[in-house]
Design a protein around this ligand. Structure first.
Ligand SMILES: [Zn+2]
Length: 254
């Protein structure tokens, strides 16, 4: 009997010591059962406990200010095809899975457009101003697997024609996607002004890998209050707070 008690005590001790301690609120986090999120026990300030890169020095998003005009930059060279609509809810956001064949050319390297997704409110801010909606277009270099993400910020205004093609069919369960054969082209969400801010950063969700070239469009687009509300109803507050710049330079193409 005594042996069993000692065994149980040891098992419990080993269990607790194998758990990581969260420095922020002294709660014990077991990374084997940790599901990152945006509030409570899984809020962004706990992510680095189980995903060490989230504590890195080149994290995203950031507040954009003090950008420096870089005359060596040029307009973004995108080649986006018309594709059918394929929307998935992944537990954190809604992904539009973009059919293969679209890309962003960065200095002669083709980064394939994989998907775009939504954040409400925005993750990036410009001069400390947040927008109610931000869309991230995620492109990947198939060889290095480095990412290039283009961000478009949306303010409240008139109805957005591109969003209207699927805004009433947003999925909110993981196993029920929305598909439509109607063809759309994501180039339709780009502002007329092709100015952008560029900096080196990370994924804004775990594992927070620091292999992302960011391009945040300078001009915002518009979406109606009703459209923004429909997105908020599904993915409210799925934004990571801004991270320190830590000496990184923000370049500006105007
Ligand atoms: Zn994102």
């Amino acid at each position: 009997m005594k042996k069993i008690k000692i065994l149980i005590f040891c098992s419990i001790t080993i269990f607790f010591f194998s758990c990581e301690k969260n420095q922020n609120d002294n709660e014990v986090i077991d990374c084997n059962h940790y599901h990152w999120g945006y509030d409570g026990d899984s809020s962004p300030d706990t992510w680095s406990t189980c995903y060490s890169d989230c504590d890195g020095q080149s994290q995203s998003p950031i507040n954009i200010e003090g950008a420096i005009v870089d005359t060596s930059l040029s307009a973004l060279n995108t080649n986006y095809q018309d594709v059918p609509i394929e929307l998935n809810y992944n537990g954190h956001t809604i992904d539009f899975l973009y059919e293969a064949g679209s890309s962003l050319d960065l200095n002669g390297v083709d980064y394939n457009l994989i998907q775009f997704h939504f954040h409400t409110h925005s993750e990036h801010s410009i001069n400390n101003n947040f927008s109610p909606l931000e869309i991230h277009l995620v492109h990947k270099d198939p060889i290095t697997e480095n990412l290039a993400v283009i961000s478009v910020l949306f303010d409240e205004g008139s109805e957005n024609e591109f969003l209207s093609k699927f805004i009433d069919n947003l999925p909110d369960t993981m196993d029920i996607p929305f598909n439509s054969s109607e063809l759309v082209n994501v180039s339709d969400i780009f502002p007329e002004n092709n100015g952008y801010y560029s900096y080196s950063g990370s994924l804004t969700t775990p594992p927070c890998s620091e292999n992302v070239s960011w391009f945040v469009m300078k001009s915002t687009m518009e979406a109606s209050v009703s459209q923004i509300t429909k997105l908020q109803d599904k993915i409210k507050d799925n934004f990571r707070p801004v991270k320190s710049l830590n000496g990184r330079e923000i370049k500006f193409f105007n």
